[in-house]
Design a protein around this ligand. Structure first.
Ligand SMILES: [Zn+2]
Length: 83
């Protein structure tokens, strides 16, 4: 197994990691990759953010809890930082 990942491999592992399916070795390889790859680092950050957003929605698409105005502003700032 090679240690160095391509960007395609890193994003695939990142996606698997969001569902708890990545092995410890893969997580380590991905972390090493994002140290040197700004694009995959951003992808990983956005993926984590989307997972957190989706965790607040149940299977019927109903939002479990609503954000207050302070939380909405914080989320808007985080989105602007990512873009
Ligand atoms: Zn990359």
């Amino acid at each position: 197994m090679k240690f160095k990942l391509t960007c395609d491999e890193a994003t695939a592992i990142c996606s698997k990691n969001q569902y708890g399916e990545a092995s410890v070795t893969d997580k380590f390889r991905m972390l090493f990759h994002v140290l040197f790859c700004a694009v995959c680092k951003l992808y990983s950050k956005q993926n984590t953010f989307m997972t957190k957003c989706m965790s607040s929605v149940d299977k019927k698409g109903v939002v479990k809890s609503k954000l207050n105005s302070e939380e909405k502003e914080e989320m808007a700032l985080k989105i602007k930082e990512m873009v």
